[in-house]
Write a protein that binds this ligand. Structure first.
Ligand code: GAL
Length: 375
């Protein structure tokens, strides 16, 4: 991990060519004392944590490349899950000359604090992936998050059907309550699941939010759920990290592969669990187009433009309409890992199919040449 971080920082420097580009561990790390007001003109980006692989480097990698290509300096930092640190980084960026600010918040309260500071200085802002409620960002770049939840529910229902599960008890592990996306995912999966519960085709089991999407806490929560309701036969897990913890608990009770589990993010772990038959599905959110859309907006703003985005999203708290670049999520099962996720180079066949996974890759045709573009 350490090597990965160092090489990322180096790549960041090279791509931007000239700037205070850094991730955690860099010179502006603590948000400390960068507030001289005459730092380099640049785009500031704040990532929330490293709990999921995407925030640990995937989004940053594409953003760095895009700004590097445009020869616009970028300063990317990670708040490491610490809300106060998030605000400190934001304040330091705003005080030291960022011309555009992109944030993926940890929660709306700390996100809003940073957006307010930027607004006071007339710095345009972009909410990245997570909407900051009542934050008033100028733009929002994300996926259709309600659709993500719908894909999870329909995926689970399909897996339960294949297993011919009769009246199965379904447990729900939602994401972090502080993440607006987690509520949107839930809205998406609750509708189809409630229809099934109402029709007595499935039974609603225990449901809980997982603080900060933390997989360790998810394991504890699910262990308790299974103790209380040993008959759980389906799990709506809001992302692959949570799903991974659920599957580890299921393995201990010989229920892996018997109880379908959903996920999200198409992580290496999630995809492997799908190949082995222990995870039912995941949701692929192509990070590259998301990062490129945010970078495109930021570059225009950096150059003094005012991008026009036709789609709008209503902030449920403030009632304001935020221009919204809305991207499409895709449901992934063993059938389309190859044609979508591998073909897209989101993960490489070499990484996915190492060691014990090679046989599963062969079984599911991962690596088989794809003659047409799946999109
Ligand atoms: C969500 C995000 C997901 C996932 C999750 C856990 O807000 O949309 O892609 O990363 O947070 O961090």
């Amino acid at each position: 991990m350490r090597t990965k971080l160092l090489s990322y920082a180096a790549a960041c420097m090279l791509a931007a060519g000239l700037t205070a580009c850094s991730d955690a561990g860099g010179p502006l790390d603590d948000g400390g004392d960068a507030g001289s007001g005459n730092g380099p003109a640049r785009v500031g980006v704040i990532m929330p944590d490293r709990t999921t692989t995407r925030w640990a480097g995937e989004d940053s990698k594409y953003l760095t490349a895009a700004f590097g290509q445009a020869r616009i300096p970028v300063d990317i930092q990670n708040a490491e899950g610490d809300r106060r640190r998030f605000v400190r980084i934001g304040r330091a960026m705003v005080d030291s000359g960022v011309k555009v600010l992109i944030i993926a918040n940890i929660d709306s309260a700390s996100g809003k604090e940073v957006l307010d500071l930027a607004r006071k200085k007339g710095i345009p802002t972009i909410d990245y992936d997570r909407l900051t409620l009542n934050g008033g960002a100028d733009y929002y770049v994300s996926f259709d998050n309600v659709k993500v939840g719908e894909l999870q529910a329909y995926g689970l229902i399909a897996c339960l059907k294949v297993r011919k599960a009769v009246d199965p008890i379904v447990a729900q592990l939602n994401g972090s309550r502080s993440d607006n996306n987690a509520s949107l995912f839930k809205r998406g999966y609750d509708a189809p699941l409630n229809t099934k519960y109402d029709a007595a085709q499935m039974r609603k089991g225990p449901e809980q939010w997982v603080p900060d999407w933390d997989p360790d806490q998810a394991a504890v929560i699910f262990e308790q759920m299974l103790d209380q309701a040993p008959g759980i036969r389906g799990v709506l897990a809001a992302n692959d990290g949570i799903a991974g913890s659920v599957i580890k608990v299921l393995r201990k009770r010989n229920l892996n592969g018997v109880v379908p589990v959903t996920g999200q993010d198409a992580t290496l772990e999630g995809l492997r669990n799908i190949l082995t038959g222990e995870q039912c599905m995941t949701v692929y959110k192509a990070i590259k187009p998301q990062a490129l859309s945010a970078a495109k907006l930021a570059i225009e703003l950096f150059n003094g433009g005012k991008p026009i985005i036709p789609d709008k999203l209503k902030d449920p708290e403030s009632g304001a309409y935020v221009p919204f670049v809305k991207l499409k999520p895709v449901a992934i099962t063993a059938r389309n890992i190859n044609t979508v996720v591998v073909t897209d180079k989101f993960v490489s066949q070499a990484d996915l199919c190492q060691g014990e996974y090679l046989a599963y890759c062969k079984k599911h045709g991962v690596g088989r040449p794809v003659s047409h573009s799946p999109k």
